[in-house]
Write a protein of this length. Structure first.
Length: 463
């Protein structure tokens, strides 16, 4: 029986453990936070739970345009509906613990041993966990990453915070400054604005989410500004200091922004130091991420790695797939290298932004030859009925064959709509095949088939 030890119990770790157990391996998971790791307990699950609450509250505000309002509210608005952050955060934490418990039960059902503690690689075939030394035929490192801290802006857990500390605040931040306008910053800034905070978003770049589709980022920034967010572009923070009753953020150009709280969202650093990796031949890049090949192997024999600690598209779905691939390869099962070009991603803003495959930037840089169509959501009948005006469906296909190469969806629940396009990219479907597929009328997904029909036209050359 093959003995597999996994350091880290997040998606990369527990998914690897489940596959290994089902294939007959003896599996031990070493995790110091609890089953599910930081993803379930402090990061992805809590943040998306809180965001779901914020979207529901925003719907109350938007409902006034549909003729729904609170009696007694001034001018027909939401009439004093507020977010009780003590209740919101309690629910966030309870749901995270419940999800962790579900994962623990699943691991137990598959006879996976879970050891609470911080794992350390003593040698390629030996892991130290607390006072235990565990021998292994295969080691999988899935230790994740942690919020990056900027010198001069160290979190104190009260006024200057990382997103992992936000759920310990029982009152809604009156004036929240979010430093960092990447995916995490955009998600939290939008959520807290919808919950009722006055939000300032500090972005060091020309626009929000500079690494995402430019059209999508433009739509979201327009929505945020319309709802009242102060978006400060080209504004790099140099320090964050506490004041008597809040915080002051000093920018590199000398300007300042004052608030009651500051949320730092300036990236992640891998949890790879001090656990015996480099001493045992596991090569790290200059940022500390573990270098892996397309089947999750590290440079050390018998040692694999998965998830955020590898820096390969820091998504839970990618971590899980890396973990599964590691096990399949280690146990001699048929395996295909991970295909990053088919990975679907989603940004849980309001509206959401989902994407898969080829990007607009690749097309514009002539890296990929593609026909492109962008269909505004405002023309969709279901969107009109529900009061959605912002967003679009963008689709890319090969000029001659019509094979679908990628897509971007900006819409409510884009995370659900993207699946059809992910299937199309994964299985190399053509726009003709998608166009001839029935869509419900009226539905938001109807815009997907309509975009495909437009790409069927020989006259379609671009957006």
């Amino acid at each position: 029986m093959t003995r597999i030890v996994i350091i880290g119990g997040g998606p990369g770790g527990y998914e690897a453990a489940l596959v290994a157990a089902q294939l007959g391996a003896r599996v031990t998971v070493v995790e110091d936070e609890g089953p599910g790791g930081a993803c379930v307990l402090t990061d992805c699950v809590p943040s998306k739970t809180m965001i779901a609450t914020s979207v529901r509250k925003q719907a109350l505000v938007d409902g006034t345009s549909l003729g729904v309002h609170f009696t007694g509210g001034p001018d027909g608005d939401v009439g004093g509906a507020v977010a009780d952050m003590a209740v919101v955060n309690r629910r966030v934490k309870e749901l995270a613990r419940a999800q962790s418990a579900d994962i623990a039960a699943r691991l137990a059902a598959e006879n996976v041993e879970v050891v609470r503690g911080r794992g350390r690689l003593l040698e390629p075939g030996t892991v130290r966990a607390g006072d235990r030394t565990i021998r292994a035929d295969v080691v999988i490192v899935a230790t994740g990453a942690t919020p990056r801290v900027l010198p001069g802006a160290e979190p104190d857990g009260e006024r200057i915070l990382t997103w992992r500390q936000m759920y310990d605040i029982d009152e809604l931040p009156e004036k929240l400054i979010v430093v960092g306008s990447g995916v995490t910053g955009a998600e939290f800034a939008g959520a807290y604005m919808s919950l009722g905070s006055e939000v300032t978003l500090v972005s060091s770049r020309d626009r929000m989410m500079p690494n995402e589709d430019a059209d999508a980022a433009e739509v979201l920034e327009e929505v945020y500004r319309r709802r009242g967010m102060n978006v400060m572009g080209r504004s790099r923070a140099s320090s964050v200091k506490r004041t008597a009753d809040g915080v002051v953020v000093t920018l590199e150009d000398g300007r300042t922004a004052e608030g009651t709280h500051c949320l730092m969202t300036v990236g992640m650093v891998p949890n790879t130091s001090g656990i015996g990796l480099e001493e045992n031949g596991v090569r790290l890049d200059r940022n500390g991420f573990i270098e892996v090949d397309k089947v999750s192997r590290t440079s050390a024999p018998g040692v694999y790695a998965a998830g955020d600690c590898t820096g390969v598209l820091m998504l839970a779905s990618v971590a899980a797939m890396q973990g599964r691939i590691a096990v399949w390869h280690a146990l001699g099962e048929a395996v295909q290298p991970i295909r990053l070009a088919t990975v679907a991603s989603n940004i849980f803003t309001d509206p959401e932004i989902a994407a898969v495959g080829v990007t607009q930037k690749q097309v514009e840089n002539k890296e990929v030859d593609a026909k492109v169509v962008k269909l505004p959501l405002a023309t969709n009948a279901r969107a009109k009925m529900q009061g959605f005006h912002d967003g679009f469906i963008k689709m890319f296909c090969r000029p001659n064959t019509g094979i679908i190469l990628g897509a971007v969806v900006v819409a409510p629940r884009a995370s659900e709509l993207i699946l059809a396009l992910s299937v199309a990219v994964q299985h190399r479907l053509t726009v003709d095949q998608l166009a001839h597929t029935f869509a419900v009328y009226p539905s938001l997904s109807g815009s997907i088939t309509e975009a495909a029909r437009r790409l069927m036209s020989p006259l379609t050359a671009g957006i």
